[in-house]
Design a protein around this ligand. Structure first.
Ligand code: ATP
Length: 365
């Protein structure tokens, strides 16, 4: 059993005025799952991870691993493995020795230690590099050695602190997929810290978006992106238009929202309550707006950014800023600044933010 539960965890750093790094955090990581802590710099994600590792002691609250209270248990008695951004490999040791180092403290019989190390080197496709020094490995290989060293002790929980930040973009994606595949294969309960939202969505069972020491949303990758609870989450998870609209009609299943003189759409209401005339904010992802000669929406182009796979347009929609992506630009050409484009919005993925979230909009940066 290795379910992790943070109950009402608070961390204050003495001597730092007004600094509550983590504020009454409640978080459960189900056995065998990988949960990502995501958020801007200073939101408390590293502090949360360090409390689970045992490097920091909470000011308040309890942390359990597999039902055992570890709040005040020292680092080396928690059975937690860690993978850091900087790999932290020993340069004077070979790959095999680096991995052995992880298990040496367990005082296993020699044969068992050899077996474990051999098998984990195999799992990580490192057997052929076993006798090399880390300096003679690529960044991705070094990261795999660090992972091997962390999991060879068969920890109950595995912690990742921005493990891919030192890798270039292409390798980062490959390693991300590799880390996830290995985590799933080993079935280790894991907590992963990153500030990269696409990495979080790709690697994880659940994304926990933090802001100012508190959890803003704890949800599936799909939901944090397409059903954000707040404007902050909507903007942090990727480019978003948050357009002001007005409710025109409501029935049992749908709501009709107008966002511009010529643009209104029907949305599924879900269990949300709406009143006719109510002001709402609609989250519209740029990929759900397209150039459409038959569209009723007209927007004036303010900026054009060519990105290869698509052209990104920043436009003005009756005074509201509206960004969208055109992947079909090869058909009708790239529009110019000042031009008016006819557009349409796919209304199905449009998400309406709760009214009381207006205050957080636009503050994601
Ligand atoms: P980053 O992405 O920049 O690493 P983070 O989300 O991981 O940020 P934390 O490192 O957890 O954020 O820091 C949360 C808050 O606690 C910040 O305001 C930080 O300045 C403060 N803090 C962190 N460690 C300490 C410390 N040892 N002493 C005092 N304040 C600290």
């Amino acid at each position: 059993m290795s379910k992790v539960v943070f109950s009402n965890i608070t961390k204050r750093f003495p001597g730092v005025a007004g600094a509550t790094a983590v504020d009454r955090l409640n978080l459960t990581i189900e056995e065998g799952t990988l949960v990502t802590l995501l958020g801007p710099s200073g939101c408390g994600k590293t502090t949360t991870l360090r409390m689970l590792a045992g490097f920091e002691t909470p000011s308040d609250g309890t942390i359990t691993i597999g039902g055992r209270d570890v709040t005040n248990v020292p680092v080396n008695a928690r059975n937690v493995g860690m993978v850091f951004q900087s790999y932290a490999l020993f340069p004077h040791m070979s790959v095999r020795e680096n991995v052995e180092y992880g298990v040496r403290l367990l005082n296993l019989p020699k044969a068992e230690m050899k077996d474990r190390v051999g098998s984990i080197l195999d799992t990580m496709a490192l057997t052929q590099y076993a006798d090399r020094s880390p300096a003679r490995l690529s960044g991705g290989q070094q990261q795999r050695v660090a992972l091997a060293r962390a999991v060879v002790t068969q920890p109950k929980v595995l912690l990742f602190d921005e493990p891919l930040s030192n890798l270039d973009a292409q390798l980062r994606e490959r390693m991300r997929d590799e880390l996830r595949a290995i985590q799933l294969r080993l079935g280790i309960t894991s907590l992963y810290v990153t500030h990269d939202q696409s990495e979080a969505m790709a690697i994880t069972d659940r994304v926990v978006v933090m802001r100012g020491g508190v959890i803003e949303q704890d949800d599936s990758p799909l939901n944090v992106y397409s059903r954000p609870g707040t404007g902050f989450v909507a903007e942090f998870m990727g480019k978003a238009n948050i357009l002001n609209g007005k409710v025109e009609a409501v029935d049992d299943t749908t709501v009709r929202v107008r966002i511009a003189s010529t643009v209104a759409f029907m949305l599924a209401r879900g269990d949300r309550a709406f009143k006719v005339g109510e002001a709402v904010r609609c989250v519209v992802r740029p990929e759900h707006i397209r150039v459409d000669p038959a569209g009723t929406m007209e927007a004036k182009v303010r900026r054009v950014v060519f990105q290869g796979a698509y052209v990104e347009y920043l436009t003005d929609l009756e005074g509201q800023e509206c960004v969208f992506l055109d992947t079909d630009y090869y058909k009708s050409g790239v529009a110019e600044v000042g031009q008016t484009l006819k557009l349409s919005i796919d209304s199905r993925p449009v998400w309406i933010l709760p009214e009381n979230e207006a205050a957080t909009i636009g503050k994601a940066a």
